[in-house]
Design a protein around this ligand. Structure first.
Ligand SMILES: NC(=O)c1ccc[n+]([C@@H]2O[C@H](COP(=O)([O-])OP(=O)(O)OC[C@H]3O[C@@H](n4cnc5c(N)ncnc54)[C@H](OP(=O)(O)O)[C@@H]3O)[C@@H](O)[C@H]2O)c1
Length: 275
């Protein structure tokens, strides 16, 4: 079926997650976040990705409540920060995030970073939160294959999602294959390379061919690979532009060309060396 702004991914516990959404890292708390989330919801976005670390969970919650979009039509993700690891600390951190968002249920709760030593205990807390029904799905972020292997060996609950940096310049093929084999949905962060590659000539050529912008090509590339895409923008025009990716399709030969751009470019964090 053709992709649309309403396309979903069925997670490994049956929960449906939108394939496309808004990331709100580095959007200042207050009016800027409120405006971005409001614009996104008006445009048709139904997935918002925040985190305790971003400092704007409360504004995301207010904007969702004031949008008039029913709560059960919006998919909210937040994340556990690095100083909240450990069983009790994780339970507490979740409660605090839930309070700041201002909803009884969070759709997806992620471990933001695979902090050594403590992450296994944290995962036990995530399992507890899931069992209690305060969250619809749990997952991880910045987990490499060894981190996932460790988790799978020590827990019966497979993460629903692994959110990692992913773009044509960091294609993460082995990680994607591993996740698919184990039923873990892959979500791309920094899908626009935080702006670093928007001037790339090869991308510009593809964009020109379809009468689209480079950000639109980057987002569409990920969506066509079945990857959940959460481009960030604080600007209403960009938020709308980034959603206008459902009226064209990149041809297979051009997809292959984009696949070949991978050069291990990390523009956010690189968890490769994390023990
Ligand atoms: N789990 C993690 O560790 C992790 C790490 C990084 C990011 N994330 C998540 O992923 C989301 C996206 O990643 P990101 O914020 O790192 O970067 P990104 O989405 O790759 O890029 C954002 C940058 O692109 C610009 N931009 C957006 N749309 C544009 C357009 N149409 N034309 C030109 N410029 C455009 C934005 O500027 P304007 O705001 O001015 O439009 C901003 O500077 C984050 O917000 C966050 O939710 C998670």
């Amino acid at each position: 079926m053709a992709l649309s702004i309403r396309s979903i991914v069925k997670l490994n516990n049956g929960v449906e997650m939108p394939l496309f959404g808004l990331g709100v890292w580095q959007i200042p708390a207050g009016a800027a976040t409120h405006r971005a989330v409001t614009t996104a919801l008006q445009t048709g976005y139904r997935l918002i990705d925040t985190a305790k670390f971003y400092g704007n969970e409360a504004d995301v919650g207010v904007a969702v409540r004031e949008s008039g979009v029913p709560r059960d039509e919006v998919f909210l993700t937040t994340k556990l920060w690095n100083n909240d690891h450990g069983f009790d600390a994780a339970l507490k951190a979740f409660e605090a995030s839930r309070k700041r968002l201002g909803f009884p249920t969070v759709d997806l709760y992620l471990i933001h970073w695979p902090v050594p030593e403590e992450r296994k205990e944290t995962w036990r807390a995530m399992e507890r939160i899931l069992k209690e029904g305060s969250v619809r799905a749990i997952g991880v972020s910045n987990y490499t294959i060894p981190h996932l292997e460790e988790l799978l060996a020590s827990s019966g609950v497979v993460p629903a999602v692994n959110q990692v940096e992913l773009s044509p310049f960091l294609a993460q093929k082995p990680l994607i294959e591993f996740c698919r084999r184990h039923g873990i949905a892959v979500e791309a962060y920094s899908p626009l390379t935080k702006g670093h590659r928007l001037g790339d000539k090869r991308l510009k050529a593809v964009a020109q061919k379809y009468g689209k912008s480079v950000p639109q090509v980057l987002i569409r590339w990920g969506l066509q690979h079945g990857i959940i895409e959460i481009p960030k923008s604080a600007k209403p025009d960009h938020i709308r532009e980034n959603a206008a990716v459902f009226d064209f399709e990149i041809r297979p030969e051009e997809m292959l060309g984009l696949d070949s751009l991978s050069e291990d470019l990390h523009v956010a964090w690189d968890p490769t060396g994390e023990p």
